[in-house]
Every structure is written in C-alpha cells, then in structure tokens.
Design a binder for this molecule. Structure first.
Ligand SMILES: *[C@@H]1O[C@H](CO)[C@@H](O)[C@H](O)[C@H]1NC(C)=O
Length: 377
C-alpha cells in the first residue's frame, strides 16, 4: 500500500475546490450512506427468501366494513392490558382474556357492555396468549414463556407440556380442544421468544411447529414442522380437520385428523389481505380470522426482499423501526374457507382475535386496554 502511494497525485491544497455550499449537501448524503453500509455489514441477522406462493395472491371478501371502529364499544376499558385472546364459556356466560401482565381475567359482560365485571382470575407468571375451553370446564392457556398450561375450574395451574422431540417451545401461541380431548396447538418459534417475535418475521425462516397433546397418555406429538410463525388453531365442526394459520405466509392450512386423509395437509385459505393471528369457529358456520395488520406495501416489499428486512432489522435495533401496522381487522370465512366479510379500520393495529358471542364480535388485541365489541348486522 505504502508504495502505491507514490503514484497518487500530490495532495490537494488545503482549500477544497468544492464550494462549501456543495460540500454540505454532499456530506449530508454520504454520511448516512456510509453509516448504513457500516451498520449493514455488522448486522448479524441473515434474512432468508420466503416461498413465493405465499406472497403472490390476495383475496377479497364480498362484504367489507373498512371503518369498524365506528359504533364499536370498549368492554372492560382500562381494566386489562392487551387481552390477546377472548374465550367464551357458554355454560357460565363468562369470557376469559389473557393479558400482558400475566393475568387471565374473567369478564362478565353486561348487556350495555359498559359496566362489565372484570375479575383477576389466575396469573400465569408469563404472558397468556391463546385460550381454549377444555372438556372439564378448565381453561387451556398457551403461554409463550411457560408452554401449554391447564388452569382448572378452581384456578389451579398445571404445566401440560413445554417441549417436543427434545426441542423446547419458545412461543406457545394458540390451542383448540377436540371433542375426544386432544389438544391441538402451535409453537410459533423455537428460536425467538415472544418479546423477539418481530425478529422471526424479519429472518424469514420457518421455526414453528403444529403439535398435539393427548391428556390421556400425556404424549406431545409434532404434526407439522418448518412452519412460518404458526399461530391460531381451530377445529372443523365435524372434527375432520384442524386449521392452523401461518402468520408470515398470510394463509391458513388444514390438517386432517379423520378419514383416509388423516395426517395430510392442504390449504384452507391463502392470500389473506393481512397477517392472520387467532382463528375461531362460531358454531354457526363461520370462522373468524384476526388479521394483526393489513397487507401493506412496506410489509409486501419487506417479505419479498431479504435486504429490506435486514434494513428494517437495523432500524429495529436502533429503536427506529417505522410503524408498519394498520388496517388490522377480522376476516370472516365459511366452513369451506370462502370469504364472507372483512371488518377492519385504518386506525387499528394488532387485533389478535375475533370471537362471535350472540350478535356481537368481541375482538382481543396485543396492546389495547379493552376488548373491542362490534354489533354484527
Ligand atoms: C385440567 O385439570 C383439571 C383438574 O385437575 C382436570 O379435571 C382436567 O381434566 C385437566 N385437563 C387436561 C386437559 O389435562
């Protein structure tokens, strides 16, 4: 290097030929580029390309309500934080929600929705996400920090399972209980914790599993692996298949549990206009799929191009990631997966569940301090 120096032209005189008026704008362009280049080279996240099938299509519903916040009520306002899932016990009329402070709360909704009773029921010590009513009146709780939990009617908590095939769960997410007692559930990631879930999206590799737990044998089985953030779970009314949503791929798959197709997986719905979280069957011919955020140009580009996800990762590390969540809502489909209606609002982000109770849709979310209740008509 030192020898080649001699070939260089003599150093410029101290006074630069560039006028100060030009130097400043040039610097203001070059400095960020340089900074980004350095950050980019040092960013350890190595994002992967995603399967193309998931990114190409988008379906629409025949009925749309793009202003679902209008006329919606806030149930239990200020007495809960981030009620992610909303589970209904028709026997008692109670609603259970899993909150960000670890509480599974029991809510008794008054007809007006306004003066509902909210009771701290059981604290898991983690962060309850998906909830499902068990056959003995217990609540099955998916806690990403604990695993699959059984909270019996009297409030006793028991760990059912927290690993499969020697791999620990890191993000137990949602569950559904079959009539025969089998619990179907998802572990969204074995690599990233709940607090780091954004990194799973940004990395774009399939770290999730779809599993079953048999309470009779206490056996945990892996039914499907290499999934892209498997999330909500729901059984078909005839118990012939179980649906699980893969958030990153904007689709829901069907896993057959009866008949000749047992163990086979196919698509229930793909090309959702947003990123699916929980899914619930209402007992009346429809599934309600929560879309945590609507499809957007920024997420589309990010999922298509690993280098954009790397750039977002850098911003995330600097705590400067732009808000990319909007148009969150609930997508209604029939038993064949055909779209029926889409409820959303530009102002909504991170809705995580939609549960139909009577004539109302109750929506849980990751961060609002209430349940959103919408009259359906
Ligand atoms: C949960 O615990 C209760 C009380 O022990 C029991 O009745 C129920 O069967 C348990 N459920 C599961 C799925 O293990």
């Amino acid at each position: 290097m030192s020898e080649s120096r001699t070939d260089l032209p003599p150093p410029r005189p101290a006074k630069s030929s560039l006028k100060p008026s030009l130097t400043v704008p040039l610097l203001s362009i070059l400095a960020p580029i340089l900074a980004v280049t350095v950050l980019y080279r040092h960013e350890p996240l190595d994002p992967a390309p995603l399967p193309f099938e998931g990114l190409s299509v988008t379906v629409a519903a025949p009925r749309e309500n793009g202003r679902m916040l209008r006329g919606a009520e806030m149930v239990g306002a200020g007495r809960m934080v981030g009620p992610e899932d909303v589970a209904y016990d028709p026997a008692s009329g109670d609603i259970y929600v899993g909150c960000a402070d670890g509480w599974v709360k029991r809510v008794r909704v008054s007809d007006s929705g306004g003066d509902s009773a909210v009771e701290d029921w059981v604290n898991t010590g983690g962060r309850p996400l998906g909830l499902a009513l068990g056959r003995d009146g217990e609540v099955i709780v998916c806690d990403p920090f604990k695993g699959l939990l059984n909270v019996s009617k009297d409030g006793t908590m028991e760990l059912l399972t927290d690993e499969a095939e020697g791999v620990k769960f890191k993000l137990t997410d949602a569950a559904a209980v079959a009539r025969d007692g089998t619990i179907y559930f998802t572990d969204a990631s074995y690599k990233y914790t709940f607090k780091e879930f954004i990194w799973d999206f940004l990395e774009g590799r399939p770290h999730g599993r779809f599993l079953s737990y048999d309470p009779a044998t206490k056996e945990t089985r892996v039914l499907a692996r290499d999934l892209y953030f498997p999330n909500g779970v729901a059984l078909s009314p005839d118990q012939s298949f179980v649906i699980f949503c893969e958030t990153v791929m904007r689709w829901c798959k069907r896993y057959y549990i009866n008949g000749d197709r047992t163990g086979h997986i196919d698509t229930f719905i793909h090309g959702l206009p947003g990123y699916p979280d929980n899914i619930r069957y209402d007992g009346e011919g429809h599934y309600w799929i929560a879309l945590s955020t609507g499809k957007s140009m920024s997420w589309d580009l990010a999922l298509k191009h690993p280098f954009i996800r790397k750039a977002i990762a850098i911003m995330e590390r600097l705590n400067k990631r732009p808000a990319m969540e909007k148009n969150s809502g609930i997508f209604q489909v029939d038993t064949e997966g055909k779209p029926v209606a889409h409820y959303y609002d530009p102002k909504l982000s991170l809705l995580s569940s939609g549960t139909k109770i009577g004539d109302y849709l109750y929506c849980g979310s990751l961060h609002y301090p209430h349940i959103l209740r919408l009259k359906l008509d």
